[in-house]
Design a protein around this ligand. Structure first.
Ligand SMILES: Nc1ncnc2c1ncn2[C@@H]1O[C@H](COP(=O)(O)OP(=O)(O)OP(=O)(O)O)[C@@H](O)[C@H]1O
Ligand SMILES: [Mg+2]
Length: 312
């Protein structure tokens, strides 16, 4: 079973408006309220792929209950640690082809809540074969928090796929005792890590991935949006060419890619198959309006179109 961890989930509210006027009343009946957060997207796609999955993280209050209820209604297995603090809302206003977002920071967790979650996580990990950790850390949890989760996973010999950014990612790479099994930075995240603009030129990218900061990480999947991906697995390098797609909404494609990677690893597929699997799930997400959502029926058609080749 794959365990997905979302520490800062949200109820995502999307309001569609014909016109958005600042400093005025804007009315709409086009409202969507969905369970959100990068790890929730990963969970949804894994569920759509028919992979055994369980979602965890911290939820609380009325919105936390709403989130769990929505997942239950969709038959998506979940077992969150409950806090007394209210889960956050994130608001997206879609207007004139633009998207204006308001993201709440969310609750600030105490040391007791941190320990409470860690104990909860330990009870779940026993039946788990792969873990994904996605998104930013909530307030109150230090940058070493994901490293703590990875360390526990190591004790149970469970590989961790970490998809985060900034200081939380940097911390987990610098800790020599508990490195993630796989990371999936996009071009912006890898540039941030290396503190320089990273090109999509594969020759340079290969050299960049030889940076000591990546030592001890088995898989590095640099996702490049419409340009596919460049991948390092131990000492082997791969490039993935993908077809041109009629994109509807690319948000959450990285999360969908992480779901594909977790599924491929869980099924113990070959390197090439794992990469093609993840590119397919990423692409399928871009073809849907909903974030972190794929149409499984199109999987085989697009999987055939991915070309994964070794890069020397
Ligand atoms: N415009 C696109 N056309 C075709 N495929 C795409 C496009 N954008 C993304 N993808 C697919 O999804 C994968 C992941 O996309 P991307 O590199 O944009 O991730 P990301 O920046 O982490 O996204 P997010 O964080 O919003 O989920 C790509 O490797 C590719 O397979
Ligand atoms: Mg991403």
């Amino acid at each position: 079973m794959i365990l997905t961890v979302t520490m800062n989930p949200s109820i995502d509210m999307s309001y569609q408006l014909d016109n958005f006027t600042i400093d005025n009343v804007n009315r709409t009946s086009k409202v969507l309220k969905t369970a959100g957060g990068k790890g929730i997207n990963v969970t949804r796609v894994l569920y759509q792929l028919n992979e055994p999955v369980l979602a965890t993280g911290i939820i609380g209050g009325y919105l936390g209950e709403y989130l769990a209820n929505q997942m239950n209604e969709q038959f998506i297995p979940n077992n969150f640690y409950k806090s007394t603090q209210e889960t956050r809302n994130c608001i997206a206003i879609l207007h004139q082809g633009k998207q204006t977002e308001i993201l709440e920071a969310g609750p600030t967790f105490s040391t007791e809540e941190e320990l409470g979650f860690i104990n909860h996580y330990k009870t779940l990990i026993k039946d788990v074969s792969v873990i994904t950790i996605s998104g930013s850390l909530p307030q109150g949890l230090d940058n070493d928090f994901y490293t703590k989760l990875i360390k526990i996973a190591k004790e149970y010999e469970v590989p961790v796929l970490l998809d985060t950014s900034g200081k939380a990612l940097l911390h987990s790479l610098k800790n020599s005792h508990a490195k993630p099994f796989l990371i999936k930075p996009n071009q912006h995240e890898i540039s941030d890590l290396l503190q320089k603009p990273v090109a999509t030129n594969f020759h340079e990218l290969k050299q960049d991935l030889e940076n000591p900061i990546f030592e001890g990480i088995e898989w590095i999947v640099v996702s490049l949006g419409a340009d596919g991906a460049f991948v390092k697995h131990n000492n082997l390098y791969y490039k993935a060419d993908i077809p041109t797609i009629n994109v509807i909404n690319p948000v959450g494609s990285g999360d969908s890619t992480v779901a594909g990677l977790a599924a491929g690893l869980n099924q113990q597929l070959s390197d090439e198959e794992i990469i093609a699997y993840a590119m397919t799930t990423g692409i399928l997400n871009t073809m849907e309006e909903q974030t972190g959502f794929i149409n499984r029926e199109k999987f085989d058609e697009y999987y055939q179109k991915i070309v994964v080749t070794r890069y020397e």
